[in-house]
Structures are given as C-alpha cells and as structure tokens.
Design a protein around this ligand. Structure first.
Ligand code: ADP
Ligand code: MG
Length: 413
C-alpha cells in the first residue's frame, strides 16, 4: 500500500478504561492479559496495540464478539474517545496531536458515524433529522435542506421527508441514519453495527444498497459487525478482534483459508465456503498445455503419457485458451495420420475468470467431465484449470482435514 493510497493509519493504538491507566498500559506492554490487568489495576483494556492501514475507497470491516473492543476502536478513529497510547493518522495528519477545534472541524467534514440505535430525534421530521448535522455546522437553512433532500434521494427515501421517525420501519429509520451521515458528504463513513438490529431480510437489502451506494460514491467505510456473513459480503478486508487485540487482518478468503488463531477459526467454521472460494485459488496453475500451432498428434500423445492426463487445454501462440483435446480424439488423429490436431479439439467447454466462486462454477459441471479453464479477464490468456473433481470436493466438503487428505491423495495418484 503506497502512502497516498492510505486514508487511515492506526499505529500501536491502545485504549484503557479506568483510573490507573499508566500501570495498566505498562502491564499491557509487558504482554499481560486483559483479565490479569483488570484484576491488578481495575482497568479494562478496550483496545490492545492495534495497528492497521485502511485504503481510500476501501470497505474495512472490524469484527469480533460483543465486548471485543470494536466500538472503542472505531471511536478512537474520530477521537470520540482519546487513545491512551499510539496514534491515528487520517489523510497523513496525526489527529492524536491536533487541538480540539481543528479536530472538531475534521471530525465533522471528514468522518460521519452511523450507529446501531439510529439516534434519531423523535420530534423532528425525517428531513430535519437528516439536516441536523448541517444545522450544527451553521449551514443556511435552504442549503441544508437541499443537501438533506439529496441524501434522502440517495438512500431511497424520497416521499418520506415529512414523516416522523416513529412512522417508519426499522430498516427505513436506519436509512435516515445513513442519509444523515451522507448529508455531511464525509470522506469516511464509520458504521458501528449499523445493520445489526434489523430483520434478516431487511438487513440483506441494506447490505446490497450499501454496496450499490459504495459503487457510486467510493467512500472509505469502516464497518463494524459481529456477523461473519455480513463481513464477507460488504468487506474488502476484515480485521478480527478479541479482547481488544486484532487477531488477524485479511481478505475474506485469507481469513477463511488460513485462520490465524483458534478464535478466528471458530468464527470461520460457520460460513458457506461455496460463496467464497474462487477459481483463482482452486485452479491448478500452469498446467501442461498443447500448443495448437506447434503440437501435432504425436507430441500431444507424448505429453499426455508423461502426465497421465487424458484431457489437456489447447492454447494458440498468444497463450489464449482454445479448448480441450481428449486422448481418444488424439489417437484418432494419429490413426488418420494427421499433421495437426485441427478439427479434433473440443471447443465448447466452459471457461471462467479467476474471481468466479465455486457456487458460480457448479452449474458448469457436466457429464463430459471437462475441466474448467480459467482465463485472464483482459487478454483471455489461459491461467490454469479447475478439474471437476476438485470442484465437487470443494462444494461438498465438511471438514478441512478431509480436504487436505483428499488433495494429498490426488497428488499421489
Ligand atoms: N465507558 C467504558 N468504561 C469502562 N469500560 C468500557 C467502557 N466502554 C467499553 N468498555 C469495555 O471495553 C471493552 C470493549 O467494549 P466495546 O468496545 O464496547 O466492545 P464491542 O463494541 O466489541 O462490543 C469491554 O470489555 C467493555 O466492557
Ligand atoms: Mg459495540
């Protein structure tokens, strides 16, 4: 990640609640646990030496069980809470060193927070609620209503401007909360369990809408959730917290494939891997290929013998995927004394891009047993192949150990 790509940089950030902060901090730095520190100093560790960087335009998810420090961490980002130690750098400015006036201004313009309990004012109309942040900033009434209206249109609440929050459903109230944050036109949206209180179906709609919105607006979003499926759906990267400490940061795939701790593993075991594992990870890279212009039946047979494959991908001189050639067809070509394999290639076989998931690929399984070619999206060059067997194993697997064993067996065969 280069310097200009980074929106928020957190370095060695610790937050301790209680009166005996310096002793607690010292114990923390000596590697003492949250419970030891609590017992000895009566202080609670909120955040324990967190370090990470968030890219501009990224949806960065913070995940963890209740009490793991998610809210405390996000509040340190806009200094609603003063960090005990470490620094928070936003747009290359260390906000831990800023005076309160500067900070207040930055907080208002750069970052807006959306809360779980929507925090709406019950006696005000929807549009007045959305305009509230702008009112505090002393924007003229006309201007703020205009901006509020625009934000309401963005979240699909046109027509509800003059209702009271209590007349709206939970999902709609949360849209008002989101519109209120957007009305400030912030660069960063901080969303603390914003969808956690919603019914599952409404929650799913809101996630879709957030993603659609993000496609248009390209904000930097810090999104807290305790729900892994939600984290995977909305997050570009996920940080997993336990007892104030960040156990692991990575893409959903990183975390699912290589959980760093037992705690992360416990989270991960509940997910449907079919929607996560992609062709890119499943494929066999750089398989032996048949070069259409170069390889005749003789050399094709030779390559198949030496690898014990009965189907091989065929590429042209630019390494673009053309199709598969099957052993019986090559033998036929050889029998007919052909010089090339032209006319003996099966061209109507499936090909996918690297980011196709197992779920996307399952419908491509056919009784021809043809492997699936993985090609580069831009130049259609062959990147690798996914065998139907590995796809079926991936789709039906129950246990990680089982797959490791199966893969080892497959290698040996
Ligand atoms: N104002 C506070 N005073 C003392 N302890 C707090 C305070 N706020 C949070 N905590 C403690 O800090 C830890 C992290 O809490 P929190 O950040 O709210 O977790 P999460 O958002 O992941 O549920 C918990 O142990 C919690 O009890
Ligand atoms: Mg919380």
């Amino acid at each position: 990640m280069s310097k200009d790509e980074i929106k928020i940089e957190v370095e060695d950030l610790s937050l301790i609640f209680g009166n005996n902060k310096s002793q607690a901090l010292k114990m923390l730095k000596d590697g003492k646990s949250k419970s030891e520190i609590l017992e000895k100093t009566k202080c609670t560790v909120g955040v324990n030496k967190a370090s990470f960087q968030i890219k501009t335009g990224e949806v960065f998810v913070i995940m963890g069980l209740s009490g793991s420090g998610k809210s405390t961490l996000i509040r340190c980002l806009n200094r609603l809470i003063e960090p005990t130690d470490g620094s928070v750098i936003v747009n290359n400015v260390n906000i831990t060193n800023q005076s309160n006036d500067e900070l207040l201004e930055a907080r208002r313009t750069e970052m807006s927070m959306v809360f779980q309990k929507f925090g709406l004012l019950p006696h005000r109309t929807v549009i007045e609620n959305v305009a509230f942040g702008l009112e505090i900033r002393n924007e003229p009434k006309e201007k703020r209503l205009e901006k509020a209206q625009e934000a309401l249109d963005t979240v699909g609440l046109k027509g509800f401007e003059y209702q009271k929050p209590s007349q709206l459903s939970g999902g709609m109230q949360q849209r008002v909360g989101l519109a209120r944050a957007l009305a400030n036109n912030p660069e960063v949206l901080l969303m603390d369990e914003a969808f956690s209180a919603l019914d599952p179906l409404i929650k799913s709609d809101m996630q879709d809408e957030l993603l659609a919105l993000q496609n248009k607006l390209h904000k930097t979003i810090v999104f807290i959730t305790h729900d892994l499926d939600e984290a995977i759906k909305v997050g570009d990267r996920i940080a997993i917290m336990k007892d104030g400490f960040i156990d692991q940061i990575g893409t959903a795939e990183d975390i699912l494939k290589k959980p760093a701790t037992d705690y992360v593993k416990a989270f991960v075991e509940k997910v449907d891997r079919k929607t996560i594992i992609t062709a890119g990870t499943l494929m066999w890279r750089k398989p032996t290929v048949i070069q259409f212009e170069k390889d005749g039946p003789e050399s094709t047979i030779r390559k198949m013998r030496s690898t014990s494959e009965n189907a091989m991908p065929v590429v042209n001189k630019d390494h673009e995927f053309m199709g598969f050639i099957w052993l019986p067809r090559v033998l036929e070509a050889e029998k007919q004394d052909k010089k090339t394999i032209e006319g003996f290639i099966t061209t109507d076989c499936p090909s996918v891009y690297e980011d196709y998931t197992v779920e996307d690929m399952l419908p491509l399984i056919s009784n021809t047993k043809s492997p699936i070619a993985v090609v580069n999206k831009e130049n259609k060059k062959l990147l690798g192949i996914v065998s139907q067997t590995s796809l079926i194993i991936e789709a039906t697997r129950f246990d990680d150990r089982e797959i490791v064993e199966l893969k080892e067996q497959a290698k040996e065969q």
